[in-house]
Each structure stands twice: as C-alpha cells, then as structure tokens.
Design a protein around this ligand. Structure first.
Ligand SMILES: C[S@@+](CC[C@H](N)C(=O)[O-])C[C@H]1O[C@@H](n2cnc3c(N)ncnc32)[C@H](O)[C@@H]1O
Length: 227
C-alpha cells in the first residue's frame, strides 16, 4: 500500500512502524553530525527539515539552547514525533514552501533529499535560507558516491530505475531517488539563494577503500553575524 501511495500518504501509513525500519536515520549518523556541528555552536533556535518521527531532535537538543522544532507534511509522522518529543514544536508544512522567516539559527535535515526532484531543490533551499537568521547554518550529511564496482552502486541504480518505471505508470508518484543529488549539484543549488557552502568529513562513519570518507556533512551558512 505504501509503495502505491503519494510520499505524504506513504509516510502516513508507515509512521507507526517507521522507527523500526532502516529508513529512520541511525543514531551513529546523528551523533557524528552533532559532533561535527558542536565546535560551531552553541546555537539558539533549531529546525529539523523533514523531521519524520523526530530523529533529528537528538542533534538539535544537544546543540541548541533555544526552542527546537520539526517540520514535515506527514500527519502520521508528526503524530509519532509529538508523542516521542513532547517538549519540541511541530509544524505540518510542505518544505518546498517553508513558512518561516529568520526564525532559526541551525537547520538540519536527514534522509530526505532524495524525495525532491532536482527542479524542486531551489525552492527547498531558498525556503531554508529564508528560515534562518543571519549567520544561520543549514547542515545535512551526504554519502560518498558508490564506485561502479560495488554492489551498492547497482542496487541504488536498480532502485532508481524501478521508481522511474513505477512513476511513469502509476499516480500519484512516489518521489524517492538515491542518485539525483550529487554533491556538486547540491552545492550549486545551495549557493543560488546566497549560502556559503563547505563540507566536513564525518570520519566517525568510516572510510571507503581509497581512504576517502563515506559521509560528509554539508554546511551551508547564511552570511551575516548571528544576533
Ligand atoms: C525518510 S523520512 C526521514 C525522517 C527523518 N528525518 C529521519 O531521518 O528519520 C523522509 C521524511 O520527509 C518527509 N517529506 C518528504 N517530502 C516532504 C515535503 N515536500 N514536505 C515535508 N515533508 C516531506 C516525509 O513525510 C518523511 O517524514
């Protein structure tokens, strides 16, 4: 049923079981992210973009001294998040039209970029840019591309091809692609609204055979001095 639904409807259906699936961001990734952000903090107000059941609260609560909030368009996922983290704020919205202006000092996002077509990323990133105050940071981990010799390369390619076929023949579409967000394209889309973009290796998450990090944290900074 989930595979035949829209993204929003699919997550509504999956919500009660989501934390027991591999799609929930593992604590190791969350902790590595928090570790890389800690030297840049402390931060004031925090936002988790596409918060799902609230995994990112583990990061925001450890880094933010002000209120923390999650935004997602799945009512089911938000209900789980609200139950698990009653002290945080929760907003239902489509993040392609984020309803915030200058309200946060740190925004994070986990496991959601593949839900946006490349043509949708500019609106998403412009909205996060608007949501941050001067000097605010938007951070999210990205995996290194898989070498063509690895089984994962072919598994992810196969998944994306299957989704393209599914979306060509079935409505509503379920947009989730693993190979549509290479770092160079993401960096260019972040630069467009005005972010300054750097990356730091998340070495705690391991290295590939050639010694390069398996994950990097993208740090997109809105220019200015935090208030
Ligand atoms: C794979 S889950 C990740 C949840 C959580 N961040 C985590 O890492 O465990 C992706 C989430 O993105 C949300 N999402 C996808 N597209 C969205 C959109 N356009 N607006 C708001 N939320 C969206 C889904 O509802 C879902 O909760």
């Amino acid at each position: 049923m989930q595979a035949l639904s829209s993204v929003e409807g699919g997550y509504d259906l999956l919500a009660p079981k989501f934390d027991h699936t591999p799609f929930r961001t593992p604590d190791g990734v969350l902790d590595a992210t928090a570790g890389a952000l800690r030297p840049l903090g402390p931060f004031g107000r925090g936002l988790d973009v596409c918060c799902g059941t609230g995994a990112g609260m583990r990061v925001l609560r450890s880094l933010c001294q002000g209120p923390v909030m999650g935004v997602d368009f799945s009512t089911g996922m938000l209900a789980q998040a609200r139950r698990a983290h009653p002290g945080a704020g929760w907003v239902r919205a489509d993040v392609r039209a984020l309803p915030f202006a200058g309200a946060f000092d740190l925004a994070v996002s986990f496991g959601a970029l593949g839900h946006f077509l490349p043509a949708e990323r500019p609106a998403l990133f412009a909205g996060v840019y608007r949501a941050l105050g001067p000097g605010g940071i938007f951070a999210f981990p990205v995996g290194a591309p898989q070498p063509v010799t690895s089984g994962w390369y072919w598994a992810l390619l196969g998944f994306d091809l299957a989704m393209r076929v599914r979306n060509a023949v079935w409505r509503p579409p379920f947009v989730m692609y693993y190979r549509t967000c290479p770092l160079h394209a993401v960096r260019s889309d972040l630069t467009a609204p005005g972010f300054t973009v750097t990356t730091v290796p998340l070495t705690a998450l391991g290295r590939r055979e050639d010694g390069s990090p398996r994950y990097r944290l993208v740090l997109a900074r809105r220019p200015g001095t935090p208030g």
